[in-house]
Design a protein around this ligand. Structure first.
Ligand SMILES: Nc1ncnc2[nH]cnc12
Ligand SMILES: [Zn+2]
Length: 335
């Protein structure tokens, strides 16, 4: 039995495996610019965040109906359950679908169908986080928030993703104020490719509770001290950082040094279909590359539940943390 964990940084569109992409392409009569799944996999050799985003957005062409989104989410939950995920807070990118003529209702109702069955079917509780594309305008983000009003009962938080450099958090101040006024919680990608000052802006201008990535906070010692003091969770994605060349090799990843500095780190998969592993694979990879001991792994798993939006189910949170505390690593090692 794998170590129980929550996944807090997962783009549902980034779980689109090549086999499912081709199956959905056939179902929807969409032509893909790749001959087969191997040819598509060969394209997963990224230079940087933008080169990944180009492929990520273009493959979304196969996602057209409620069934497509339900199948996508259920495929993710099946894989996640096998890797010990017990709670998942799932990002989606509404603007990337609305701009292709797929309505927000189609996306949310499709995802919700899989998510509503998740606890029963997979033992995974879920939340949905609606992300704004930061390389689109603040007006477009505000229109998206407006369009989401009929679905707010399904959405826990707003997030901010896509091309970071040149698109600072402050661009979305009013949108985040409006989201908070609607009762939504707030997270944002910051400090992945963008500078430490974007992490500060995410905290001070947007008022986020969690920072997605946050890696480049390390360039600002005062910011690191503050993040540690205020126990602001960081949702790190080590395999993503290597694939998008933010970090040279996994052995160079600063996760262990960040934990030493008292930062509240979590480990996540980001876009697992593209980056070579789901969250359990990520735990295994960082354990090997950074020689993390069992206490460190337990801390990462505990943090994932502590940093999650499980406030409306504290009983479940406490139960899951107790499972982490009691986890017997010798069982996993014997598998
Ligand atoms: N790693 C990432 N950074 C920014 N936007 C994303 N959208 C999907 N994955 C992303
Ligand atoms: Zn991300």
């Amino acid at each position: 039995m794998p170590l129980p964990k929550a996944e807090l940084h997962l783009h549902i569109e980034g779980t689109l495996e090549p086999e499912l992409a081709f199956a959905l392409a056939a179902r929807n009569a969409v032509e893909l610019p790749f001959e087969n799944t191997e040819a598509l996999r060969r394209a997963y050799d990224f230079e940087d965040l933008q080169s990944f985003l180009d492929l990520y957005y273009s493959l979304m062409a196969v996602l057209r109906t409620e069934d497509d989104f339900a199948d996508l989410a259920d495929a993710y939950l099946t894989r996640a359950a096998a890797q010990g995920v017990r709670h998942a807070e799932i990002f989606f990118d509404p603007q990337a679908h609305i701009s292709r003529g797929v309505s927000l209702g189609t996306v949310v109702d499709g995802l919700a169908r899989a998510l509503d069955a998740s606890e029963q079917r997979h033992g995974i509780s879920t939340r949905l986080i609606m992300c704004f594309l930061r390389d689109e305008s603040a007006e477009s983000a505000m229109e998206t928030l407006e369009a989401a009003k009929p679905y707010l009962h399904r959405i826990t938080a707003v997030g901010l993703d896509s091309a970071e450099a040149g698109n600072p958090p402050s661009k979305f101040r009013e949108v985040y104020e409006a989201a908070a006024a609607l009762g939504l919680r707030k997270v944002a990608h910051a400090g992945e490719e963008g500078p430490a000052s974007y992490v500060r802006e995410a905290l001070d201008v947007l008022g986020v509770e969690r920072v997605d990535h946050g890696l480049r906070c390390l360039e600002d010692a005062e910011l690191v001290a503050r993040l540690a003091r205020e126990r602001i969770p960081l949702t790190l994605c080590p395999l993503s950082n290597v694939r998008l060349r933010v970090i040279d090799t996994l052995e160079d990843h600063p996760l262990d040094r960040m934990m030493d500095a008292g930062l509240m780190c979590t480990v996540n998969s980001d876009d697992p279909a593209y980056f070579g592993g789901y969250v359990g694979d990520t735990f295994h990879a960082v354990r090997e590359a950074l020689s993390l001991d069992e206490e460190r792994l337990r801390e990462l798993a505990r943090n994932s539940f502590l940093a999650s939006f499980l406030e409306d189910d504290e009983e479940r949170r406490a139960r899951l943390i107790a499972e982490v505390d009691a986890y017997d690593f010798t069982v996993e090692l014997a598998e």
